[in-house]
Design a protein around this ligand. Sequence first.
Ligand code: FAD
Length: 621
Amino acid sequence: MLGPSTWRYINRTRLPHPSLFLTYIVYSVLRVLFNSQASLSYTSYVHVSRHLCLPHLRRQLTQRSKTAILLSYEMKPPLSLLNPSMPSGSGSLMWFRKGLRVHDNPALEYASRGSTCVYPLFVIDPHYMELDPNAYSPGSTRAGINRIRFLLESLADLDSSLKKLGSRLLVLKGEPSEVLIRCLNEWDVRKLCFEYDTDPYYQALDDKAKNYASAAGIEVFSPVSHTIFDPADIIEKNGGRPPLSYQSFLKLAGEPSFSLSVELSWMPPVGDVGRCEILQVPTLKELGYVEKHQDEFTPFRGGESEALRRLRESLSDKEWVANFEKPKGDPSAYIKPATTVLSPYLKFGCLSSRYFYQCLKDVYKNVKRHTSPPVSLVGQLLWREFFYTVAFGTPNFDEMKGNKICKQIPWNDDDKLLAAWREARTGYPWIDAIMVQLRKWGWMHHLARHSVACFLTRGDLFVHWEKGRDIFERLLIDSDWAINNGNWLWLSCSSFFYQYNRIYSPISFGRKYDPNGNYIRHFLPILKDMPKEYIYEPWTAPLSVQTKAKCIIGRDYPKPVVLHDTASNECRKKMGQAYALNQRLNGRVSEEDLRKLRRKFDEDEDKQEPKPRRQRQKLIK
Ligand code: FAD
């Protein structure tokens, strides 16, 4: 047996070591005797021998199996070496990330087809899931607690569905690419299957995984099933550029042609996991969270079962589905939301968008008339496809800088205003109630999102859309890279939509739907006794009314951080100047150009009557 100094010699010199070289000759002779096709170079042989010399493996191996492994090395090195007790069958690794479902899951179907065993793997990335005590809201470094809980529920549900099929979910913890590569090394894997993902994070991760698997001779199957269309196809049809309007997207996309994957009635057993320590789906507590971290959790439970139940419930009202018109929905409806609330299930892939689409088409077939895109329910799914396509085909889609489709605007860096918005302290009850719903539920109606996104950016506060995007990204349970960025670009009039003069009023917009302010009373109970005349503008209530309502403005509830009329006019002017700059420079606006324009904004403010500025300073505490 070779000792450490011999291995050092081999590594350093790369020359044949006498004793190892001798066994190599024996191996080559054996190869000829067995008439094997497998051939090993001396360096591969050294690599193999190193593994065979690991003490734990040495104990397990007979000389015969060592020879067998050596002979099969060329075809499949890491697996058979590190776990020689494995049957040399055809195992598959099904890598779950999104796509947390068993229905319409082509990657899972392929993994199960013709395999002796399947490893259904989910990797818990501590950065994404473990408690970060320094984050500004309960949660990890990257996600709020509601989304983490939703994900854990989805995993538990997936595990239970897999168990019904004779399998189970294998949960491991660590940096995902490292864990995956270790599994590919140690398990009996001939096929690596995972749903294709267009997010930049997954593109980078998947490249690593694919490169490793290919080098190890493992087949990779990564179908597009998170979306109805393949964004790359649409971009190709459009000459390599993503379509930048919904209508042009519809024209290019046409009718989708997919077939749902077959429903699984059983699955091959889980393979031998060797020395890997498999975890159960953890609880929030096991990830470091304690009760006090959240006063109220989202009412929406995660998982495929709940997704399908919710879908059935929505579809059971055929009239509602057929007549659905998004702009007519009431954003203040919270007991029974005006839309499906299927977004978090689509985000995690607990619900297949293709299945949802097909179900909607089935409903349409059985009704006399139905609404159409962009306002119909099918139209909503196509908005999702649209944003996925543009996001996939646009470098730096999630930034202003270096993003060709984004107007360059010198937004404010006002962290005080941003904090007031994030913490529901703007003094505008409609805006603050929505932000409380975001923190508590992680979900709000689309038009409610419009209101707060417009208010933060081009409507009132002129704060950078990327800052609002970050807060949504953390707190939404349906937080989705393509859709969130796409909508922030839209709402801030940075891309897609350019009518910056049209600003949502933080007072009259909500009142139109909910004159009594029930939504505000629910999410901002401090205002629950405010008479309806003042509920949208409580600072205008006489002191006697405030006293009676047990809510003194400026003490129990903040005064408005800006005066909407003044602030929105200032915003319009700034947007006009920023648009003119973009037009003049044909979109090639430099940092210096933006700095100059920002200085001009400041000078203009100083020249203005001092009143609104003083008022604004006084209102921000
Ligand atoms: P429904 O009206 O029932 O629609 C069904 C599905 O269609 C949704 O689940 C969603 O997948 C898709 N859809 C609906 N509207 C849109 C839209 N405008 N763009 C793209 N897809 C759409 N949606 C997310 O899923 N994740 C996000 O991170 C996200 N961030 C947003 C940020 C802002 C600033 C704004 C204005 C909107 C954002 N949206 C986001 C889009 C939209 O608000 C939500 O998809 C919708 O409110 C979800 O509710 P629902 O499932 O009941 O929608």
